[in-house]
Design a protein around this ligand. Structure first.
Ligand code: NAD
Length: 292
């Protein structure tokens, strides 16, 4: 069997997969591949799938399958898998890191000291303690964020279209969440319904000065509307790992905004998570091709 590792996984993965067959990381060998392993960078579009006539299986190391043309894969008899449970802690920790760094002024403190400035008086901090966190989407990652936010003394409320109760968050309507939350953290998948969901109309229903955290998907936010809300003060700050496109174009209105705190889509990229993803990939291959 020929396996193409198309994106960045843990460095131990090629050796772990050799028992199943020939492993390559050369994308030019797509045409020979029977199994392709991708993360976010590779888009398994119709054209990509059509360039791989031997392909039998696509495994996406990660949660969302929005970068795979699942309908076309199905038509061609190609099985598609993901590793949905592996990444929850890694992404939740990054959401918490952004949520802590913004009110604690960590990034401005660091950057200004690098520039030789001492902004002890200027960098006023606020606390997470006793603030209300609103989670939009309380599945695997949202739940891990809820558990961590409660440890910081936050009140955690959540809106989820398909979840009615959670041991870790009080489920409320979207209107209640928008009216009450000091912080809003996004944890829905990208679907036809969530695409562009956070637009000017929705932002206007949030508390003035809300801090928005996005480790879900960039396209859930209408970036120009958010940029306007950040400039006008309706949103105090935006902490994000995800973008309308990876990487955002230099013209993105968010890149230059002083109250945007950014990560380059590294939510799932912890060493521990990449090892867990490797474990799940080995399990999937063993299930289909037998233990070697
Ligand atoms: P999950 O399926 O466990 O949870 C998603 C939740 O969103 C579910 O409870 C679902 O009911 C809810 N939901 C769906 N549509 C909704 C809507 N219209 N309104 C409100 N709630 C809605 O998934 P998860 O493992 O928690 O992952 C969530 C998302 O995080 C993924 O789909 C992916 O887009 C993103 N993600 C990002 C990274 C990263 O690197 N930053 C890594 C992994 C996952």
């Amino acid at each position: 069997m020929k396996i193409l590792i198309a994106d960045a996984f843990h460095e131990s993965l090629p050796a772990r997969l050799e028992k199943f067959g020939a492993v390559t990381t050369d994308p030019a060998r797509l045409a020979e591949a029977e199994v392709v392993l991708i993360r976010s960078k590779t888009k398994a579009t119709r054209e990509y799938i059509d360039s791989a006539p031997m392909l039998k299986m696509i495994i996406r190391g990660g949660v969302g399958l929005d970068n795979v043309d699942q309908a076309h894969a199905k038509e061609k008899g190609i099985q598609v898998f993901n590793t949905p449970a592996a990444s929850s802690v890694a992404v939740a920790e990054l959401a918490m890191a952004l949520m802590l760094a913004i009110p604690s002024r960590v990034i401005e403190g660091h950057m200004s000291m690098k520039e030789g400035k001492w902004l002890k008086k200027e960098l006023k901090r606020t606390e997470l303690y006793q603030k209300t966190l609103g989670l939009i989407g309380v599945g695997r990652i949202g739940t891990e964020v809820a558990i961590r936010a409660k440890a910081f003394g936050m009140q955690v409320i959540a809106f989820d279209k398909f979840v009615a109760a959670s041991p870790h968050a009080k489920l409320v309507s979207l209107d209640e969440l928008l009216a009450q939350a000091d912080y809003i953290s996004l944890h829905t998948p990208l679907t036809d319904e969530t695409r562009g969901m956070v637009n000017a109309a929705l932002i206007a229903r949030m508390k003035k000065g809300v801090i928005l955290i996005n480790t879900g998907r960039g396209k859930v936010i209408h970036e120009p509307d958010l940029a306007a809300a950040l400039a006008g003060g309706q949103v105090r700050a935006y902490g994000t790992d995800v973008w309308e496109s990876d990487p955002p174009p230099p013209t993105s209105p968010l890149l230059g905004a002083p109250n945007v705190f950014m990560a380059p889509h590294i939510g799932a990229s912890s060493t521990e998570n990449l090892l867990r993803i490797g474990d799940v990939i080995v399990e999937i291959l063993e299930r289909h091709y037998g233990k070697k």
